[in-house]
Write a protein that binds this ligand. Structure first.
Ligand code: NAI
Ligand code: MG
Length: 492
């Protein structure tokens, strides 16, 4: 059974940055307000952080505007921009242990996950895009007549970037990487739950040689600081990761300026296990697919479709592995699962557990809180889930798996696609034809075959349908940060 391991914190991270970072300066908020960020494992306050609002966003946009319109960043040799980005990655790597500890403290994720997963992926992303900085170029185009026609790809301008709390460092890398490579300048708002590592990264960026005003960080709340970023006419483009509800608000608010938008939103991703699959691998994949990051993943494999013939035996394994998952202190290296990020998320997840019970699904394991302090939830599996139940349709964003049974493949595809989301999917089978056939028929931005949660900075990621638009990572991820200019020169 899962228990809280109250091991001693191996490392107390230094909290060095708690103010706004605007134009290369650390400053309190104009209002003087601060907000608290808590440790979700203990519910204790870990820091007071300057709370930015519209007045601070105004200053940040002015700085970013100046840095873009007149500053060196978009004008310097592209290769030098790449070198500065590589230096930033090196500085992050040099304090990887401390950053992992700070991430674990603020977010609740196991420090080992941050150290071996989040931060290496963030480094990979920054280095990947550093390599793009000097490879962004246009084309020459043979048009009719006596003309020389070419295209240029230019930075879109000032990027407003609003990120969530589930992968704070990684989301910074996904957002800064392509923006910096393209020559954009940035106003970022980290999530109010997890502002600390983003602020530390801003300091490291400055040390790496990113000029003042290129990266500005305004911690604060969504409806104040976030909305001010979306509404500000000095921001050319908004990149947002978070909930669909907030994305709708942002889209409406951005409409009157026709602001460029990219959204990376939620999911209810189908993870499909056929009877002929390598069932050891599939069980491990189902486990990671739902429980990684306490279930707080946009691409979580939260609908597990299991073929009829193996259903009962497979569910038994999933349940056993869920029971043996070690829930507890994020600073204990043996911990596999920490607390949910905050009380709101905890309550939301517990509400879905109640809904699952009420609607008649079978609670095969879990469903309860772990301990009395901190937002820990037992790894939870529901079986006998029907497609119309809330736990099969809505994003729970927690360690709660819904298992569904299937037999016919056409019926399976229809059910897997019968969702407003389309972020990710996975299929487990040894039949290569079926694997590719199913991959083709699933309406999702990413399909994993015989694996789950495999990410690479070079492979684009993003959603179909209401899981968002635009892509992050890879060459595609640069697009939203670039304009295309056509220049036509008369040779007559
Ligand atoms: P949220 O979408 O409200 O917050 C994400 C970011 O948007 C935060 O930085 C927040 O301050 C900001 N924000 C909120 N309202 C805003 C507004 N009006 N204008 C501009 N920015 C605004 O998500 P929240 O409330 O933290 O989580 C709710 C649910 O959203 C979760 O339970 C989960 O289902 C989903 N979610 C999905 C994520 C993903 O990776 N796709 C990440 C986080 C949450
Ligand atoms: Mg919110």
């Amino acid at each position: 059974m899962s228990t809280v391991v109250t091991g001693r914190r191996s490392q107390t991270p230094l909290i060095r940055q708690t103010q706004l970072f605007i134009d290369g300066q650390w400053t309190p908020s104009r209002s003087g307000n601060t907000f608290t960020t808590i440790d979700p494992a203990t519910e204790e306050v870990i820091a007071q952080v300057a709370e930015g609002d519209a007045a601070d966003v105004e200053m940040a946009v002015r700085a970013a505007r100046r840095a873009f319109d007149d500053g060196p960043w978009p004008r310097m040799n592209a290769r030098e921009r790449g070198r500065i980005m590589l230096r930033l990655a090196d500085l992050i790597e040099a304090e990887i242990d401390e950053l992992a500890a700070l991430e674990a403290l603020d977010n609740g994720k196991p420090v080992r996950d941050a150290r071996t997963g989040d931060i290496p992926l963030a480094l990979d992303c920054l280095r990947y895009y550093a390599g793009w900085a000097d490879k962004i170029h246009g084309q020459t185009i043979p048009i009719n007549g006596n003309y020389f026609c070419y295209t240029r790809r230019e930075p879109v301008g000032v990027a407003g970037q609003i990120i969530p709390w589930n992968f704070p460092i990684l989301m910074v890398a996904w957002k800064w990487g392509p923006a910096l490579a393209a020559g954009c300048t940035i106003v970022m708002k980290p999530a109010e739950q997890t502002p600390l590592t983003c602020l530390r990264l801003a300091r490291l960026a400055q040390e790496a040689g990113v000029p003042d005003g290129v990266i500005n960080v305004v911690p604060g709340y969504g409806p104040t600081a976030g909305a001010a970023i979306v509404r500000h006419p000095g921001i050319d483009k908004v990149a947002f990761t978070g909930s669909g509800e907030t994305a709708q608000v942002i889209m409406r608010q951005a409409a009157d300026q026709l602001k460029r938008l990219t959204f990376e939103l939620g999911g209810k991703s189908p993870n499909i296990v056929f009877a002929d699959a390598d069932l050891d691998a599939a069980a491990a994949g189902a486990h990671v697919g739902i429980y990684l990051n306490q279930g707080q993943c946009c691409c979580a494999g939260s609908r597990l479709f299991v073929e009829d013939r193996i259903h009962d035996a497979f569910v038994e394994r999933i349940v056993a592995e869920s029971r043996s998952r070690r829930v507890g202190d994020p600073f204990d290296p043996a911990t596999q699962q920490g607390p949910q990020v905050d009380r709101a998320q905890f309550d939301k997840i517990m509400g879905y557990v109640d809904a699952g019970r009420r609607e008649g699904a079978t609670l095969a394991t879990g469903g309860g809180r772990v301990g009395e302090r901190g937002f820990f939830i037992q790894p939870t599996v529901f079986t006998n889930v029907r497609d119309e139940m809330a736990i099969a349709r809505e994003e729970i964003f927690g360690p709660v798996l819904s298992v569904l049974r299937f037999s016919d493949i056409d019926e399976l595809i229809r059910r897997a696609n019968a969702t407003s989301f389309g972020l990710a999917a996975a299929v487990w089978t040894r039949d290569v034809t079926r694997a590719h056939d199913v991959a083709r028929r699933l309406r999702a931005g990413t399909v994993w075959v015989n694996c789950y949660d495999v990410f690479d900075a070079a492979a684009p990621f993003g959603g179909f349908k209401q899981s968002g638009f635009g892509r992050e990572l890879g060459e595609r991820g640069l697009e939203p940060y670039l304009e295309h200019k056509t220049v036509t020169v008369s040779l007559a």
